[in-house]
Design a binder for this molecule. Structure first.
Ligand code: GDP
Ligand code: IMO
Ligand code: MG
Length: 426
């Protein structure tokens, strides 16, 4: 399950639905920059690190090595779930020993760098994601396994702090991170997380061998991929389908289907190009009706029309076997709806997402306009239950995206869903 746009497509809800058919749900990449919301019988849950399958008792959930883990956030998420009567058995949740840990200096760097960038800022979630991935790639990262080995942890932390504190103090004029307090705090986290620590690649692959069905829960979205997104306005990991393999240590031959999740319109949080963005009352209408405010930071999301060029790009990068279309209900009551089918740049039509950021910033969307629908569609459980105009809209999105729509979501709740095809039963 991969986000086919700029994140917040509704992955949490869709993962919750498909979890019923899976045995194990795995978060392969990203960190607590993600905010996945699900609503079950009117009750709302937001997950940042724990896979959205956790509400299904008996399903195993895995945070694998490709994730950057803020242990404080994870522990508070675990605590909140337990308070609400979930995760009664610690063995339901596994945490990768080789996952990199977000430390206080990563969060500080994220903040001071954004401040220094001023108007050119990326608009990160300020959770320390980028700086933590940088350390991982620089091979100086501290990993979950280090938190249960005081000596190794102490050595690595001391070595890291030497340079980090020098930069924080002398370059950014920020406060330094103390060794002892950080050491004590994170060792305690390691102790509290011990019951969850495993070799997650070994665990997932042995589950596969025993015939278990695995659902990989992507975070962020295709356009935020560090290699293929709107760089530098991206996150610091591979959010595309390949990330599920590298992040969890599972070979590509084991993946049976890739579902892309897309909204019936488009949103983006943070800076960077967004060709179909609506800065008028239509944008505000979508924001209000869709409650488009970040699940992680509460920031208002930028809203715009559906961009088929982006979804076609997501199809190319992820090899999609189907699309899950969410938030169709949000468009009810909008008299005329638009779909961006291609771009125009310097008067020339272009069907693909441009490789250069400045070209992408300059494109003008080519729209097709359609009649909207007024009816409340949240009760629809089959495509035929939808008003004719909404059916035409779904068919149009399918056609211009070039991917079959296998699920349509018509409300936030688990049951407000039209399932056309189940990837686990195909
Ligand atoms: P994620 O990060 O991809 O999991 O998405 P978010 O949870 O950040 O944002 C999606 C929001 O839309 C959440 O508040 C969901 O409860 C909500 N949502 C998901 N599907 C639908 C839908 O079909 N209709 C409506 N109205 N809300 C939905
Ligand atoms: P989910 O999983 C939407 C965006 C941030 C910013 C950029 C970089 O809920 O879809 P980062 O903190 O990762 O360095 O920020 O990426 N971003 C997201 N936008 N949904 C997300 O996750 C996001 N995670 C990061 O807003 O533009
Ligand atoms: Mg989200």
């Amino acid at each position: 399950m991969i986000g086919a746009q700029w994140g917040d497509e509704g992955k949490g809800k869709i993962v919750d639905i498909y979890s019923e058919f899976a045995d194990t749900i795995v978060r392969p990449t990203g960190g607590n920059n993600a905010g996945h919301t699900l609503v079950v019988k009117g009750e709302k849950f937001v997950f940042h690190l724990i896979p959205s399958g956790i509400l299904h008792p008996g399903k195993k959930c895995v945070i694998s090595n490709g994730v950057v883990v803020d242990p404080k956030v994870l522990l508070s998420e675990i605590g909140r779930l337990k308070e609400r009567g979930f995760l009664a058995d610690d063995s339901q949740l596994k945490l990768g020993l080789l996952a990199n840990v977000i430390l206080p200096y990563h969060i500080l760097f994220d903040k001071v760098r954004e401040e220094k960038l001023g108007t050119r800022k990326i608009g990160t979630t300020a959770r320390g994601i980028g700086p933590c991935y940088e350390d991982k790639v620089a091979r100086v990262g501290i990993r979950v396994c280090d938190l249960v080995r005081p000596e190794t942890f102490g050595e690595k932390l001391r070595a890291n702090l030497e340079l980090k504190n020098f930069l924080l103090k002398n370059y950014y004029g920020a406060k330094e991170v103390p060794f002892q307090a950080t050491f004590d705090e994170f060792l305690a986290y390691g102790e509290r997380l011990k019951a969850h620590l495993v070799d997650t690649s070994l665990f997932i692959n042995s589950e596969i061998q025993q015939g278990a069905k695995i659902l990989f829960e992507g975070a962020q979205g295709t356009m935020l991929d560090v290699d293929h997104g709107t760089y530098p306005f991206v996150t610091s990991s591979n959010t595309t389908a390949g990330g599920a393999c590298t992040g969890s240590g599972v070979g590509p031959t084991k993946i049976g289907a890739v579902v892309g999740v897309t909204k019936a319109y488009a949103t983006r949080v943070g800076s960077g190009p967004f060709p179909t963005e609506l800065l008028d009352e239509d944008g505000q209408l979508i924001r209000d009706r869709g409650h488009e405010y970040g699940s992680t930071t509460g920031r208002p999301r930028r809203c715009g029309w559906f961009d088929a060029a982006v979804v076609r790009y997501a199809n190319r990068l992820n090899g999609l076997s189907g699309l899950a279309l969410t938030k169709l209900d949000v468009l009810s009551g909008i008299p005329r709806v638009k779909v961006c089918v291609a771009y125009e740049i310097g008067g020339v039509r272009q069907d693909e997402v441009p490789t250069s950021l400045s070209d992408f910033e300059a494109v003008k969307p080519v729209y097709e306009e359609m009649e909207g629908w007024k009816e409340d569609i949240t009760q629809a459980r089959e495509l035929a239950d939808l008003p004719k105009a909404a059916q035409r809209y779904v068919r149009m999105l399918e056609e211009v995206s070039g991917v079959e729509i296998s699920l349509v979501s018509v409300g936030p709740d688990r049951n407000e869903t039209i399932i056309r095809k189940n990837p686990f039963r195909a």
